[in-house]
Design a protein around this ligand. Structure first.
Ligand SMILES: Cc1cc2nc3c(=O)[nH]c(=O)nc-3n(C[C@H](O)[C@H](O)[C@H](O)COP(=O)(O)O)c2cc1C
Ligand code: SF4
Length: 432
């Protein structure tokens, strides 16, 4: 399996983030071509390419654009979801740091296609350096005539606002993001109506992930068939896989959809020396854990689903045998408890109790009955929570009990955690 660097092709170049660096690699050529074509043609190319949203759910991007009613006389909005906050997920932030212009170009093309004259990029509030970089790229694009009025003499106008969130995971949920953007407290909205009908300021709105929009210029340039030449039939194209944790060379690996973790580990130097794979997440902490038996599962939407998990954000967090699964799951659950927005009872109360129980298990004060209580709580959250944050909070718990029940029981019978917490750190053995 070969890597297919498209988005990341020029990341190693010192000026990749500047307009000059981007233009040296065909930057804004796709925009020039798009502006000579009818907007519907652009929607069709993206539909034909089979591009699926990279924010987690894998919804077809062209189809989403096609839902925007045309000729309705209302303003249309494009909102780029750059809130990236899920544990393990770390692709949009490096992408915006290394090549913010590919995002800006994608924003102009997507906005043109859906007939939008004001687009927003909602960036996670904590990453101030990334916000500055995106702001600088937007300013360069305005100065070069790629944004503003009468873009490249086409008659098409677009304003772009870069908005900094206040730093809440829930504001990555698209409807909470829209409330936050409107100045309200970020909490999910009831659907329907869906954002395509009544989104930002109650107008038709497309919300897309950074990587989804950044993939558009290459698709417009290369064509749908070129894009479909990579990946699998139902999950075409290239994508960023983010390897983290106990791997020799963690980082971003851009590969065709359908690559396996085994292949990605070969490319990244494998699990850290002297250790073996214990468990991993295919797409961030909200996707059920997988184990070494899943090393050859093709990392596309269908195959990962069939293996009992989800491709999610393709954040491959790798854990070796030194990791206590109870402790790892406790950490994630603490995150969900902290980030629960409090709107609905199953998630607000449930995540609190999940932490209490996992914490006492890890401290050796739990009982075997606690395992059933954990599963019962998860059963009462999954499918009953108002948004996917609650559902996601249950994934690490149910999947870890499925694969590592004995390890949970060992915490009960052994009166505490059998693992040395230092052994799983990067500095383990440094002072031996
Ligand atoms: C709790 C929660 C957090 C989310 N965070 C993000 C995020 O940071 N970035 C993102 O693109 N999508 C996030 N999503 C998914 C969005 O709701 C939405 O599906 C996505 O932005 C759509 O873009 P796409 O179709 O391009 O994937 C989150 C969803 C939930 C439930
Ligand atoms: S599931 Fe959690 S985050 Fe989502 S609305 Fe309910 S309380 Fe808020």
């Amino acid at each position: 399996m070969q890597l297919t660097p498209v988005l990341s092709a020029a990341w190693d170049e010192a000026d990749a983030f500047t307009l000059a660096g981007y233009e040296r690699h065909d930057g804004y050529q796709a925009l020039r071509s798009a502006l000579t074509r009818h907007p519907d043609e652009i929607v069709q190319v993206v539909k034909d390419s089979g591009l699926r949203g990279r924010g987690g759910a894998g919804f077809p991007t062209g189809m989403k654009w096609g839902f925007i009613p045309q000729g309705d006389g209302k303003p249309h909005y494009l909102v780029v979801n750059a809130d990236e906050s899920e544990p393990g997920t770390c692709k949009d932030i490096p992408l915006m740091m290394a090549n913010p212009h590919v995002l800006v170009e994608g924003v102009v093309i997507a906005s043109y296609a859906i007939r939008c004259n004001h687009a927003f990029i909602y960036v996670r509030g904590e990453v101030v350096h990334v916000i500055r970089r995106v702001q600088a790229a937007v300013a360069e694009a305005y100065a070069a005539g790629y944004l503003g009025t009468d873009i490249l003499g086409s008659g098409y106008d677009l304003e772009v606002t870069v908005h900094a969130g206040a730093g809440a995971y829930i504001c990555g949920e698209e409807t909470a993001l829209l409330d936050s953007l409107e100045g309200l407290r970020g909490q999910p909205r009831l659907r329907p109506p869906f954002p395509a009908i009544a989104g930002l300021y109650a107008c038709p709105t497309v919300v897309n992930n950074v990587e989804s929009i950044a993939s558009v210029p290459a698709i417009v340039r290369g064509g749908a068939d070129w894009f479909k030449g990579m990946g699998t039939e139902k999950s075409p194209g290239f994508t960023l896989y983010s390897l983290s944790g106990h791997v020799t060379r963690p980082g971003q690996y851009e590969a065709p959809l359908g690559v396996t973790l085994r292949e990605l580990l070969e490319l990244s130097g494998g699990v850290r020396e002297g250790h073996e794979l214990k468990f991993w997440t295919p797409g961030g902490s909200s996707t059920p854990l997988l184990t070494a038996e899943h090393l050859d599962v093709p990392l596309d939407y269908e195959a990962v689903g069939a293996a009992g998990s989800m491709l999610g954000t393709k954040a491959l967090q790798v854990f070796d045998e030194t990791t206590c699964v109870v402790r790892a799951v406790l950490r994630w659950t603490e995150f969900y408890k902290h980030e629960s927005c409090g709107k609905c009872t199953p998630c607000r109360e449930g995540t609190y109790w999940l932490v209490q129980i996992l914490d006492r298990l890890e401290r050796g004060e739990g009982t075997e009955a606690d395992l059933d209580t954990l599963l019962d709580l998860c059963d009462n959250i999954l499918g009953r929570a108002f948004c996917a944050l609650g559902d996601g909070a249950t994934s690490p718990i149910t999947s870890s009990i499925q694969y590592f029940r004995d390890e949970y029981v060992a915490h009960v019978t052994g009166g505490g955690c059998p693992f040395d917490p230092v052994a799983s750190t990067v500095f383990a053995g440094a002072h031996a």
